[in-house]
Design a protein around this ligand. Structure first.
Ligand code: NAD
Length: 247
């Protein structure tokens, strides 16, 4: 897709990979709107909307405001997510069901919530000139969808759900000329990892294959850019992990 002047919507764009995507796509000439729960005071996005991806009303309202103030998005990147670790049987007994539900709610239902509203908005657009497509949706899973670790039952289930809905969503939205892809990152240097003690970070890095370092948010953003521009990328889940396979 030719991206200049098109609108890109990034959820979770106030931090980490979402923020890197917002900057990357803006440098590519896109007009960027960030939807996030937390305010980003240094945001250079064209528009910031406070939005909770778990709420249908919040997401529908954010889309209305986006269309009015910036235009209908042709690109939607879902980066909003949480990654709390919790064991099924913890020190205080069985994991509270609410803890499991919250992770599914933000990561899986939140992603679907934004995808359904973004796809509907995109379906009203004219086909974009050269690419003859209406839009691209990119969701963020994790390698924990495939190799979840102890304490990641909820997180892995939420990300596995995102992986599983990629193909049926791509098949269904094909009639509207909308592509759907998912990126499954490994360990990426965002506040989520960089706030861990140095020892834990060093241990994690020692498990890497090559390169022996955390991925950079910009590397995630550049893959997003490639997916947007490459019209053959559809219905795919792409690992971005430097060959890391979690034990
Ligand atoms: N960092 C990693 O190593 C890694 C690896 C694999 C997958 N991921 C996934 O990548 C995505 C981005 O993670 P990150 O590392 O950039 O984390 P991050 O914490 O830096 O950014 C996540 C953003 O999502 C926002 N958010 C959380 N809940 C929200 C809600 N209900 N509504 C709206 N916004 C909400 C947060 O406010 C935050 O700005 C997440 O889905 C995460 O699970 C991260």
């Amino acid at each position: 897709m030719h991206v200049t002047n098109q609108v890109a919507l990034i959820t979770g764009g106030a931090s980490g990979m979402g923020k890197a995507c917002a900057q990357y796509l803006q440098h590519k000439g896109m007009r960027v709107v960030v939807w996030d729960k937390q305010e980003d005071t240094q945001s250079e996005a064209d528009l910031f909307i406070s939005c909770d991806v778990t709420s249908d009303e919040s997401v529908e309202q954010a889309m209305k405001q986006t269309i009015t103030e910036l235009g209908t998005p042709r690109v939607c990147v879902n980066c909003a997510g949480i990654a709390p670790a919790k064991r099924i049987i913890g020190r205080e007994g069985a994991m509270p069901l609410a803890a499991f539900k919250q992770v599914i709610d933000v990561n899986l239902i939140g992603t679907f919530n934004v995808m359904r509203v973004a796809a509907h908005a995109m379906s009203t657009l004219e086909l974009e000139g050269k690419s003859q497509e209406r839009g691209v949706i990119i969701n963020t899973a994790s390698i924990a969808a495939f190799e979840g670790q102890t304490g990641q039952a909820a997180y892995s289930a939420s990300k596995g759900g995102i992986v599983a809905m990629t193909l049926p969503a791509a098949r269904e939205l094909a009639q509207f000329a909308i592509r759907v892809n998912t990126i499954a990152p490994g360990l990426i240097a965002t506040p989520l990892l960089l706030n861990m003690p140095q020892e834990v970070q060093d241990n994690l890095i020692s498990t890497m294959t090559f390169p022996k370092r955390f991925g950079k948010p910009e590397e995630f953003a550049s893959l997003v850019g490639q997916i947007v521009e490459n019209g053959m990328m559809n219905g795919e889940v792409i690992r971005l992990d430097g060959a890391l396979r979690m034990q």
